[in-house]
Design a protein around this ligand. Structure first.
Ligand SMILES: NC(=O)c1ccc[n+]([C@@H]2O[C@H](COP(=O)([O-])OP(=O)(O)OC[C@H]3O[C@@H](n4cnc5c(N)ncnc54)[C@H](O)[C@@H]3O)[C@@H](O)[C@H]2O)c1
Length: 378
């Protein structure tokens, strides 16, 4: 019988419950300790999840020999401290997204992982772990799309600002110094992570962003918001590749979210997963509203979009939030780096920093302008 992975959770709030559920349901893992800065929350979580130890401090949790892996579920301002302490104690770490408040913190975390025997992974892989993106990536890896050159992810919420329309007790979501930013940090981080992954991690040349706060829908009295509600980000990548990420907490737009991947042989829509290719049709088959096109030989030809739905249901954005935990525990058990790796999450952090700088300065920001280790004032 192989030893079970002892899991410790730091921060026993909303998302910790999803991680706890996955750890408890994983046959190779056991939840052994919980720490929260609010001791009553740790105790309540232990009672609910049937965990033996409510640690009295972070040190007590990461100093516990029964803990092999630590899942950091605090607001972003305390991700780096907790993750670095755990890595330095030789533990594996799954850190909630965003990895860190800024590039300097993210660098320090990646360096801690490099000097440690443990894995560092970030839960920004949550969108990648859904079945449709996994299937999309298999098609990409199998060459079925040809050269993948553009990804566009759009996620619109009508009225779903955290700390306001839901989770009213978690007003930290709207506070830049605790959260690191707004909807980019909350939702855009998943889209950027998945976009780079689908594009095959190209070098990112520049980032251009426009941000907006939806002041027409203010937060409740007493709640201060200094972060964005709406973001449009464009990544210019090497090799003629690009990504556009759009996301809002508050907008006058209805779901569904949309996600498309363009390749030179085929395109994909992800919700539900559908493969699109151009099929040449005969004159009799063509839509009479469409003009014929001339091919290279000067003949008039007609094309129709051949759409092959590969998944029966839309699940791209509504995947199970704890799949990322399961793949982390599977990776730890197998000795394989779980997603999102520290260096990849650092790259996502660089892009986010550059997006904030681009919006602030109303210009395109070269990623090389944001050297590793430089903290950027937002
Ligand atoms: N709520 C969601 O739907 C959701 C989804 C995905 C990811 N996340 C991410 O998970 C993290 C936590 O979000 P949440 O919604 O669970 O927040 P939350 O406010 O519900 O819970 C955070 C918990 O951390 C505790 N805490 C705060 N500072 C701490 C510290 N220094 N040490 C130990 N405990 C501390 C708080 O007491 C609280 O119990 C964030 O990074 C967020 O971006 C949240």
């Amino acid at each position: 019988v192989t030893k079970q992975i002892g899991v410790g959770i730091v921060g026993a709030g909303a998302i910790a419950a999803a991680h706890a559920g996955a750890a408890r349901g994983h046959e190779g893992a056991q939840l052994v300790a919980v720490y929260d800065i609010a001791p009553e929350r740790a105790r309540a979580a232990c009672a609910q999840w049937n965990v033996a130890k409510a640690a009295a401090s972070l040190q007590e949790l990461i100093g516990d020999d029964a803990v092999d892996a630590v899942i950091v579920c605090t607001p972003p301002a305390s991700h780096a401290d907790a993750a670095i302490a755990a890595l330095d104690a030789g533990k594996h770490v799954l850190c909630e997204k965003p990895l860190a408040l800024d590039v300097a913190e993210a660098m320090a975390m990646v360096q801690a992982a490099e000097r440690s025997s443990g894995f560092l992974a970030c839960a920004s892989a949550r969108m990648r772990c859904n079945p449709a993106p996994q299937a999309a990536r298999r098609l990409i890896d199998g060459g079925e799309l040809g050269d993948v050159y553009h990804v566009r992810f759009s996620s619109w919420r009508l009225r779903l600002r955290p700390g306001h329309h839901y989770a009213p007790e978690a007003a930290w979501f709207l506070n830049r110094s605790l959260a690191g930013g707004g909807v980019i940090i909350d939702v855009g981080v998943y889209q950027i992570d998945a976009a780079l992954w689908m594009l095959g991690d190209p070098a990112v040349v520049s980032v251009t962003a426009q941000l907006r706060r939806f002041t027409e829908v203010p937060p409740p009295p007493g709640v201060v918001q200094d972060v964005e509600d709406h973001a449009v980000i464009m990544l210019q990548c090497e090799g003629g590749k690009s990504a556009v990420v759009e996301t809002s907490w508050v907008s006058n737009m209805a779901p569904p979210d949309s996600a498309i991947v363009l390749g030179t042989k085929a395109g994909l829509r992800l919700d539900p997963l559908t493969k699109i290719t151009a099929r040449q049709v005969t004159a009799g088959e063509h839509d009479p509203m469409l003009e014929g096109m001339r091919n290279g030989a000067g003949e008039v030809v007609y094309f129709r979009a051949a759409q092959e739905q590969l998944f029966p249901y839309p699940e791209f954005s509504a995947g199970n939030p704890s799949q990322v935990t399961t793949q982390f525990l599977d990776g730890v058990a197998a000795g394989v780096q779980p997603q999102t790796s520290g260096p990849e999450a650092l790259q996502v952090t660089r892009i986010i920093d550059a997006a904030y700088r681009s919006a602030k300065e109303s210009r395109s920001v070269a990623l090389a302008e944001a050297p590793a280790g430089e903290a950027i004032s937002r």
